[in-house]
Design a protein around this ligand. Sequence first.
Ligand code: ZN
Length: 376
Amino acid sequence: MFGAVLALLLSAVVPDGSEASVTNAACQGSDIAVDRAFDGGAFAACTIDVNGTITLDIRPETLPINPSPWYAVRLNQSGARERRITLRYADAHHRYAPWFRVAGGPWQRLESYPVEPGRREVPVYLPAFAGEAWLAAQPLVPIDGVASHWAALASQGTVSLDMTATSTDGRPVPLYRHGAADARSIHVIATRQHPPETTGAAAFDAFAERLLAGLRGRNCPDHALLFAPLLNPDGLARGHWRTNAGHIDQNRDWGRFATPEISAVGQRLEALAGQAQIVSVLDFHSTRQAAIYVSRSAGPRAQSFASAVEAATGMRAVRTRAADGDTLKSWSENRFGSESFTVELPDSASPAEAAIAGRVIADLYLAHYLCPASGA
Ligand SMILES: [Zn+2]
């Protein structure tokens, strides 16, 4: 059978950099086609058995790697029926409870076995659907949507394009500025270094929106904000677990500058630091437990901000030891003496929950860093 032969051929594809050679349907049954030819689409191989059950093999883009087993698949089914999908992991355990969306509908979280260590084969039952649908580790946010949102803010004059780096695959990596070009204090807010960490990205998006709204019409001291909303577009497009197109973890590349993305943004920050003080850095990520990381050696304002975030959101304020150098947080602390934080949203947060956390953190950030008097 054609589908089985194709699946066999595809299962021989090494996930290492071979994504571009894969064409549309990765496997096909009598009434369903399965593919990953869209931004974020990822699985290593698929098969469909005689009962119509789909098995997806989920493997990382490189090894060793942080276990963030991302998957995203598009289904196109000719008639309405329920469907079973088995998620099969080779180099990690089940971590992300599946989300499902039928074309034109909202994302919904599906029931699955509890997300816990030890699950390498997890059945997922899709409700009856016909036509196009998606199953993914987290709700998919189109890269184009992020890019066009920021381009629209720039065309409205809310922010301006500070610079654009170019990724390994040739995608733009923009840096946007809010505030005067000659501001003496600069604050950097970043996200999307690690593709599966969509809850952190959702918090960043809401944080930025709330911060920009909160600054409107207010007379706050001299500062500029630099937003990096899309640091790893290639990893997002390829559906990577962790790395960029060159299989490098970008948040271990600050100061090393082996990736074009981090190298260009890092050099821009170095240049700006020659004219102004990089006062604070906030980098949004996701992991199993919500946390805000702050260095033990950071000053009282940083400790107060982290404690306020903990009190308001329940995210644990984690005091870290001396900076290790390669993360955005550590590098900026060492290089610029900035007050730097890594904000980790929980994997399990819904987009709405992540957005609430982002807004709460924005209000606290405004009061601690941008308009201190407003908190009085
Ligand atoms: Zn991360």
